[in-house]
Write a protein that binds this ligand. Structure first.
Ligand SMILES: [Zn+2]
Length: 319
C-alpha cells in the first residue's frame, strides 16, 4: 500500500520532531501557491530562484530525469517558501503527536467535503492521516482552526487519560438509537475540543452560539438545569473521558420505562412520548386485559397508546 510504503522509508532524525510526511501532489500545489502569493513574505529573489531552477530543469534534464528533479525541487522549496513551517508551528503544541510511534501523513484533496483527519492503528504504530486542500495554506485562520480541532481530537484518542476505545458498547435499543447517541457524543466531543482551544487563545471554526444551538436541539430531552450541568462540566473540566461524554449522550429516559420516569413502554418496548394517563371506569377492562397477559404489569408502569389500542380492540371497549 502506498501509505505504508511511505511510512516504511521514514528515517527518524530527531525524536523530538514530529514525523510528518507530505504527499508529493500536496507539496507541488502548495509550493506553486506559496510562490504565487508569497505567503512567507519572503524576499522576491527566493521566488525568482524557484522559477529559474524550474526552468533549468526543463532545459538541462532528460525526460527520464525530470520527475525526480521536480520532486526534489518542490520538496526543497516547500521548506524555503515556509510552507512546512505552518504545519510545524501548529503541531508543536501537540506533545502526543511527537511520539516516535506516531506518523502524520498529509495528503491533498480537492474539496472541503473530502477534508478529514483519521487515526489508523496498526500494531504499535499510529498514523494520523490528514486530508486537506492545498489552498488552505492561503487561509491562515482556517488551516489553524481545522488542524487544531482535528489534532486535539486525535490527541484525545492517543491520551490514556481520555480512555478512548472505538469498541464502546452503546445502550440504545436499536441501531437508530445508537446512531443518535453517536451524534450526540460527537457534538459533546466537538464542544469539549473547542472549549479547550479557546481557553488557550485559539480561534475555532464554529461559534459558541452555534454549538449551544446544536447542543440544545440534540439534548431536547434534558431539563434546562441538566443541560447547564453538562455544559458547565465541558467548560470546567480538563480531564473528561470518552465514557463521561458517552454517558451524557445516552438519553437516560429512553433506557427507563414509562413508570420509572422514562420513555419506554413496558409492554412493547418502543419509545413513547405521550403515554396513556387517564384511566376511567370504562377503560378499566383494558387494564384487566393487559394484566391477563402480563400479570406483573400495573397501571403505574404506564402504557403507550398503541398497546392501549391493541388491548382495547381485544376487549371490544370503545375509547
Ligand atoms: Zn406499547
Amino acid at each position: 500500500m502506498f501509505l505504508e510504503a511511505w511510512i516504511s522509508i521514514v528515517m527518524k532524525i530527531n525524536q523530538d520532531q514530529p514525523n510528518i510526511i507530505f504527499e508529493s501532489s500536496f507539496i507541488e500545489e502548495a509550493v506553486f501557491l506559496a510562490a504565487k502569493y508569497n505567503i512567507g513574505k519572503l524576499n522576491d529573489s527566493i521566488i525568482q530562484d524557484f522559477h529559474q531552477e524550474r526552468e533549468g530543469i526543463y532545459k538541462h534534464t532528460t525526460i527520464q530525469e525530470r520527475d525526480f528533479a521536480f520532486e526534489r525541487l518542490y520538496r526543497e522549496y516547500f521548506q524555503k517558501l515556509r510552507v512546512r513551517e505552518i504545519f510545524d508551528n501548529i503541531i508543536a503544541d501537540y506533545a502526543l503527536l511527537h511520539r516516535p510511534d506516531v506518523t502524520l501523513f498529509v495528503k491533498k484533496v480537492w474539496s472541503k467535503g473530502q477534508e478529514d483527519t483519521e487515526l489508523f492503528v496498526d500494531g504499535r504504530s499510529r498514523t494520523v492521516c490528514i486530508a486537506l486542500m492545498a489552498n488552505r495554506i492561503l487561509q491562515p485562520f482556517c488551516i489553524q482552526a481545522i488542524l487544531r480541532h482535528d489534532l486535539l481530537r486525535v490527541s484525545d484518542m492517543l491520551d490514556k487519560n481520555f480512555q478512548y476505545t472505538p469498541h464502546i458498547i452503546l445502550m440504545g435499543k436499536s441501531e437508530l438509537e445508537n446512531n443518535l447517541i453517536k451524534d450526540r457524543f460527537r457534538i459533546l466531543w466537538d464542544m469539549y475540543i473547542d472549549i479547550r482551544l479557546r481557553k488557550k487563545g485559539h480561534s475555532t471554526i464554529k461559534l459558541i452560539d452555534d454549538y449551544k444551538k446544536a447542543f440544545q436541539k440534540a439534548f431536547f430531552f434534558l431539563k434546562d438545569d441538566e443541560r447547564e450541568y453538562v455544559y458547565s462540566k465541558l467548560e470546567g473540566c480538563e480531564t473528561l473521558t470518552q465514557i463521561d461524554l458517552i454517558n451524557w449522550a445516552q438519553d437516560a429516559r429512553s433506557i427507563k420505562t414509562l413508570g420509572e420516569g422514562g420513555l419506554r413502554c413496558p409492554l412493547c418496548d418502543f419509545t413513547c412520548f405521550k403515554p396513556v394517563s387517564n384511566w376511567s371506569k370504562e377503560t378499566f377492562a383494558i387494564a384487566e386485559a393487559v394484566k391477563n397477559e402480563h400479570p406483573q404489569w400495573t397501571i403505574e408502569q404506564g402504557i403507550c397508546p398503541q398497546c392501549f389500542d391493541l388491548y382495547s380492540s381485544k376487549t371490544k371497549v370503545k375509547v
